[in-house]
Design a protein around this ligand. Structure first.
Ligand code: SF4
Length: 349
């Protein structure tokens, strides 16, 4: 076999590296995995989650870098006790936390002017959001040492009924919803995209991923007696989107899809208690778990071509890539790495 870590043939992606194959075999179910295995392309998912960083270095403008730095800034900010940060969001303190988060990045990322400008804007827009999103009481959970700590970037993990693999995720922030009942919480998730969607199955391209993710987190929290003696009682979930300049939603009163322009970000409420949504989220998690079991067994991660292929880093070497003639698709396809760039990680057989 070649020295590459994986190869593509007419069926899909195959792993040639035993260590990477073993890592994939042990993967717990996660929100990203479900999204990619249920509604995305398994071959692309395995490449992006295990091989991509070997050959395509992260850049300061990568949405993953931006998201990581903003999440970390918020974590540093809300870790401070309310006596230190005040009841209302403190712009200067948040900026200090943003600088600290930036300094944790490698020098070439941290010093990039474009990332600094983006982070400044994210902090400014976050501070301008409705106080219900910013001036929150962060809940506390009991960690594995029995010590209570702020529920920020809180790991949620566990076995769910009917799902062979464990589920693993991290909640950005758990907000206390009722001082009399500390188990009643709201699950907050920061999103840093410009375009967001409030899920409805009536939209033309409904995106169930965020609602599915928060619903599964809620189910895990309810069963979790490790971090809360009685299990939590999540009453809702929110997407906190400071950078959103437009939100797509379905207007039931007119029966039409609408796009609302936003000046100061958006806080989107998600119903994580709906029984139908819960059933669907759990069925998706089970399907993803079973699918990964089968793909690991056969060492075959299938192609699932779609109109998004032009945005896939494997597009230039994938025999199944479906590239439309639209200007956007052609432009994106042209920017994807060529075979020589990908070769240290993956080749087309
Ligand atoms: S080009 Fe399309 S089919 Fe091929 S790996 Fe990427 S997403 Fe999958």
């Amino acid at each position: 076999m070649t020295k590459e870590h994986a190869w593509l043939d007419g069926e899909g992606l195959h792993l040639a590296d035993d260590a990477i194959a073993a890592k994939v075999a042990r993967k717990p179910v996660s929100a990203t995995m479900i999204d990619n295995l249920v509604s995305g392309c398994p071959a692309r998912y395995i490449f992006e989650s295990t091989l991509k960083d070997m050959v395509i270095p992260l850049t300061p403008d990568d949405p993953r870098v931006r998201g990581t730095v903003f999440h970390r800034a918020c974590e540093l900010y809300y870790t401070k006790p309310v006596d230190a940060r005040g009841e209302s969001v403190d712009p200067a303190l948040l900026q200090d936390c943003a600088k600290e988060a930036l300094a944790e990045q490698p020098e070439d990322i941290a010093s990039a002017p474009s990332l600094r400008e983006w982070l400044d804007e994210a902090c400014r827009r976050y501070v301008a959001m409705d106080p219900s999103a910013t001036d929150v009481t962060v809940s506390e959970y009991r960690n594995d040492k029995g010590v209570f700590q702020p529920a920020l970037e809180m790991v949620v993990t566990g076995q769910l009924p009917g799902i062979s693999r464990r589920f693993y995720g991290a909640i950005d922030r758990l907000v206390a919803a009722d001082p009399e009942h500390p188990e009643r919480v709201i699950i907050d998730d920061y999103k840093t995209g410009r375009k967001e969607q409030l899920y409805s199955d009536k939209l033309r391209f409904p995106d169930f991923n965020y609602l599915r993710q928060q619903t599964i987190y809620a189910i895990l929290l309810e069963r979790d007696k490790r971090t809360h003696a009685t299990g939590w009682r999540p009453i809702g979930a929110r997407l906190v989107c400071p950078m959103a300049s437009q939100v797509e939603y379905f207007d039931e009163s007119t029966g039409t899809a609408q796009v609302r322009q936003m000046n100061e970000g958006a806080t989107l409420m998600l119903n994580i208690r709906d029984a139908g949504t819960r059933r669907r989220a759990m069925a998706d998690a089970a399907a993803a778990s079973d699918k990964l079991d089968a793909e690991v067994k056969h060492n075959l991660y299938e192609f699932s071509p779609s109109s998004l292929c032009a945005w896939c880093p494997l597009a230039r070497i994938c025999p199944s890539a479906r590239i439309t003639g639209s200007e956007k698709a052609q432009g994106s396809f042209a920017k994807q790495p060529d075979a020589a760039t990908l070769a240290p990680a993956i080749i087309a057989a």
